[in-house]
Design a protein around this ligand. Structure first.
Ligand code: A2P
Length: 276
């Protein structure tokens, strides 16, 4: 079976397609609608959005217009990073469902352990409160799985110590060159599944000479190699593209990276992302 059709199983038995379509930085409106429509047309059945991306409405419209049955698509959204209280989390979830025009979500995540404009701030109490609201949504059947994003082991331990449901997912920046070993090991021990956002290092990883050489050896593109690397690590990559040919290319990853080449790729160190 092609990788794009394959699934992993979360710690609560829910199945999640191995490759998701990332929508971060896709402008709301026609851009997001077209990109998600193309992704669905070319076989993606896992769409990752967030309230902070401001494109939930366009994602929802593309889902509806695709004509694909709701239960055939795995839809993720995220609680905005500054929301750290119980009632505000419930309210934000209601708004997300209005925007997406859906009656349940497959996965709802706390977007980050701190507000993006106060990275590193101690929000332990707030994360517990927000997560307890997500547990309520889970118990009510309004979400099929819950979890977090950008959480390190300390942030996760805080939830494990004060809440009931072990998160199903931690979505983190994960690509060739970035060291997330402590978080990966912790999540593996707790059966928390890792989703890999920015699997292409927001595109910059594809300029890496070693990545290019190994890709050449397999007669694949650097993007396909980078996506396959995430899969070899047992994570779910969430590549983003607004370009139809790339949306297709990023699904064609039915090859295996040999252990010696994984070793070569694992030796690459450094985060190539640039923010400008
Ligand atoms: P675009 O959306 O203009 O097609 P990431 O998923 O790591 O965040 O990377 C997203 C970036 O990588 C976007 O700039 C996207 O460009 C680019 N990209 C996505 N797929 C490919 C590909 N197959 N080849 C080259 N660049 C790609």
């Amino acid at each position: 079976m092609k990788t794009i059709k394959q699934t992993y199983t979360l710690n609560n038995g829910v199945k999640i397609p191995k490759i998701g379509f990332g929508t971060w930085q896709i402008e709301p409106g026609k851009n997001a609608y077209d990109a998600v429509s193309k992704a669905l047309k070319h076989g993606y059945r896992h769409i990752d959005t967030a309230a902070a991306y401001r494109n939930e409405r366009s994602v929802g419209e593309a889902l509806l217009d695709s004509g694909i049955k709701r239960e055939e698509v795995f839809v993720t959204s995220k609680l905005e990073s500054h929301i750290k209280s119980y009632q505000e989390t419930l309210d934000a979830f209601d708004q997300t469902m209005i925007e997406l025009n859906l009656d349940y979500l497959d996965l709802y995540l706390i977007h980050a352990p701190w507000p993006w404009n106060a990275m590193g701030k101690d929000c332990k109490e707030g994360n517990i409160a927000a997560y307890k609201a997500m547990e309520k949504l889970y118990r009510e059947g309004r979400v099929r799985a819950i979890g977090v994003s950008n959480f390190n082991p300390d942030d996760l331990q805080n939830l494990l110590d004060h809440t009931t449901i072990v998160p199903q997912v931690n979505q983190i920046a994960y690509f060739i060159g970035i060291d997330q070993k402590a978080t990966l090991d912790f999540c593996q021990d707790q059966a928390i599944f890792i989703e890999a956002y920015s699997p292409l290092g927001i595109g910059y990883l594809l300029e890496n000479k070693i990545v290019q050489e190994v890709a050449h050896k397999y007669a694949v593109t650097p993007a396909q190699l980078a996506i396959r690397w995430c899969l070899e690590k047992g994570t779910a990559p969430l590549p983003k593209s607004v370009t139809e040919s790339r949306i297709i290319e990023n699904t064609l990853v039915d090859f295996v990276i040999a252990p010696e080449d994984m070793k070569t790729l694992d030796a690459i160190k450094g985060d190539p992302r640039r923010w400008n």
